[in-house]
Write a protein that binds this ligand. Structure first.
Ligand SMILES: [Zn+2]
Ligand SMILES: [Zn+2]
Length: 252
């Protein structure tokens, strides 16, 4: 049954009041600094902590997403860091720098299972896309997959949860079981760029290549480091016939 706008408005008002009263009795805490939140905060984050999350602003490289000092540094063949590199993906977009509160937020989500931080992170990406990209240019959203053993251990794929939020916000079709990780890779944290590349080579595969054929794909991951994981995923997507692969990461 569809609610008429008047009923919906009063429903939302009642919900707001109930929440306000409840917050007074049991104040919610900021997920980062544990300070009390008396006013209505959608994501359980205080204003001080929210201000510490700094988005990457234009100008940034149109190929690898590195933030640039001046707009005149934008070139079609990439910036000083990527101009000589060949990637399978067409572009990388990263919303924030991987430091401070944002780094803490990703850790809370990934390793401490603080699921509420998912909304903060997906909201950052949605706003970033609205400001810097045209979501109409995407046909399908997918995410960097975890190996099934890792998925069983963690219980969820952080990139997939975020990608699903973006998919439902922009009403773009998603695909999460097609691209899969077939090689159990070691943690990349201490590896060099060359070792990372070797570690990810042949790590991904696609069950039904037809689903990606001629599609403009948005590939979501949490962090961009050297780009080897995204590049290997993009290689598989391109091999499956994808027309364009744009990578989106929360941080870099
Ligand atoms: Zn706080
Ligand atoms: Zn670049």
């Amino acid at each position: 049954m569809r609610k008429d706008p008047k009923t919906l408005n009063s429903f939302l008002r009642i919900k707001q009041i109930t929440r306000g009263v409840f917050d007074l009795i049991y104040p919610r805490l900021c997920v980062f600094c544990r300070s009390k939140l008396y006013t209505s905060h959608d994501y359980n984050i205080c204003a001080v902590c929210a201000a510490e999350i700094k988005p990457i602003k234009v100008p940034f490289c149109l190929k690898c997403g590195t933030s640039l000092d001046q707009i005149s540094q934008i070139r079609y063949n990439g910036c000083g860091k990527c101009a000589n590199k060949q990637y399978y993906f067409d572009q990388v977009l990263s919303a924030c720098k991987y430091k401070g509160m944002l780094k803490h937020c990703i850790h809370l989500f990934k390793y401490k299972r603080k699921r509420k931080t998912k909304n903060i992170l997906s909201d950052i990406l949605i706003r970033f896309l609205q400001a810097n990209f045209c979501p109409e240019n995407i046909d399908l959203i997918t995410a960097v997959p975890l190996h099934r053993h890792k998925l069983r251990e963690r219980g969820f794929n952080q990139s997939e949860l975020i990608a699903a939020k973006i998919s439902s916000f922009f009403k773009i079709e998603n695909s999460f079981n097609n691209l899969c990780r077939i090689k159990k890779t070691v943690s990349q944290v201490t590896l060099t760029a060359k070792q990372r590349q070797l570690n990810t080579t042949g790590a991904f595969s696609c069950k039904q290549p037809g689903e990606f054929k001629n599609k403009r794909i948005l590939l979501v991951d949490d962090i961009f480091t050297t780009g080897s994981t995204l590049n290997e995923c993009a290689r598989v997507l391109k091999q499956s016939g994808a027309k364009k692969v744009t990578c989106l990461t929360i941080a870099r």
